[in-house]
Design a protein around this ligand. Structure first.
Ligand code: 8YV
Length: 313
């Protein structure tokens, strides 16, 4: 019997399915998690988690018989991959199945912040329509789209942008092979060129505050920021300052530095769209993610392979 330790926040149906196939223990449900691990850590050979929670180096160290980790989500920034790989522990995750939904939300946010959809909805509900009109908005079709990060989701966003007749350029650490879009090695140049700067790069130490005050200045008073990556990639304090000083036109955010806390300074701004990290949150995509979490574990304990394994850092 496989003893599986759940440390994350999983959909209940996935938990039930895992409990049917493995001996499942949910760590946060234990009265004293520290004492529980002192007594039982050696029993576990697998961990399941979610992108928001991850698996720390400390936890990996405490589980001497850990063989595999399965993550609900594509983000690996909260999993200590270096530690896992140093112990030869493969990490499964859920790429590809969420590309469509995250790209859809990137466009939803772009359209909303540019055309003022949420703001116009508030205007109508507040009974303001009979008293006057809203200011004119910004056209999205045909605009310049700068994409920061050109992985699977970045490419899906670019595909959507073709339908909007947008010009597309991207920035990444290096040019991505088999990508036809113009590569911009200088992030500030990309921000300067872009009308909409969409951030969809991995989180973690390497990209922390990549989107900083200089990027906002380059984006300029007509440029919009859209973040569907990780809150850590954007310097939130500098973003608020840039918005307050009208150094950028607006921002649409699905992710934040300290979720679920959102800086209240953003609440009053009509040129800001705020979502509670829902880019992958559809019935279809969350089901596909749950299936992949399960299938990765099943496959590992059948023949030692994963359907989708994270690369070594
Ligand atoms: C989910 C995500 O919100 O895949 C990710 O990295 O951030 C989202 O898809 C997350 O996995 C739920 O914990």
């Amino acid at each position: 019997m496989v003893n599986l330790l759940n440390v994350g926040k999983l959909p209940p149906a996935l938990e039930a399915r895992l409990a049917g196939a493995f001996h499942l223990t949910t760590l946060p449900q234990q009265q004293d998690t520290n004492q529980f691990l002192q007594e039982h850590a050696a029993e576990f050979n697998a961990v399941v988690t979610s992108a928001a929670v991850g698996v720390s180096a400390e936890l990996i160290d405490r589980l001497p018989n850990l063989k595999v980790i399965s993550n609900f989500g594509v983000g690996l920034d909260k999993i200590d991959l270096a530690k896992a790989h140093s112990r030869g522990i493969p990490v499964g995750y859920t790429p590809d199945v969420l590309n469509d939904c995250v790209a859809d939300i990137a466009f939803g946010l772009m359209l909303d912040v540019a055309r003022g959809i949420s703001s116009a909805d508030r205007f109508v509900r507040a009974g303001k329509w009979p008293k006057g009109a809203l200011p004119l908005a910004r056209k999205v079709s045909g605009a310049n789209l700068g994409i920061v990060g050109m992985g699977r989701i970045g490419r899906t966003i670019a595909k959507r942008a073709l339908g909007f007749d947008m010009s597309i350029r991207y920035h990444a650490r290096r040019p991505v092979s088999n990508v036809e879009w113009h590569y911009e090695p200088n992030l500030l140049e990309l921000a300067h060129w872009a009308d909409f700067l969409v951030v969809i790069t991995a989180g973690g130490a390497g990209t922390r505050h990549l989107i900083n005050a200089d990027v906002f200045s380059a984006l300029g008073p007509k440029g919009f920021l859209i973040n569907v990556a990780r809150g850590s990639v954007v310097d939130e304090t500098e973003l608020i300052k840039a918005l307050q000083a009208k150094r950028i036109a607006g921002a649409a955010l699905d992710v934040f530095e300290n979720e679920p806390q959102v800086p209240t300074a953003l609440f009053e701004m009509e040129n800001v769209v705020l979502l509670p990290h829902i880019a992958s949150a559809t019935v279809e995509t969350r089901q596909a993610m749950a299936d992949r979490v399960y299938d990765n574990l099943e496959s590992y304990f059948k023949d030692g392979t994963l359907l989708s394994a994270a690369d070594a850092p």
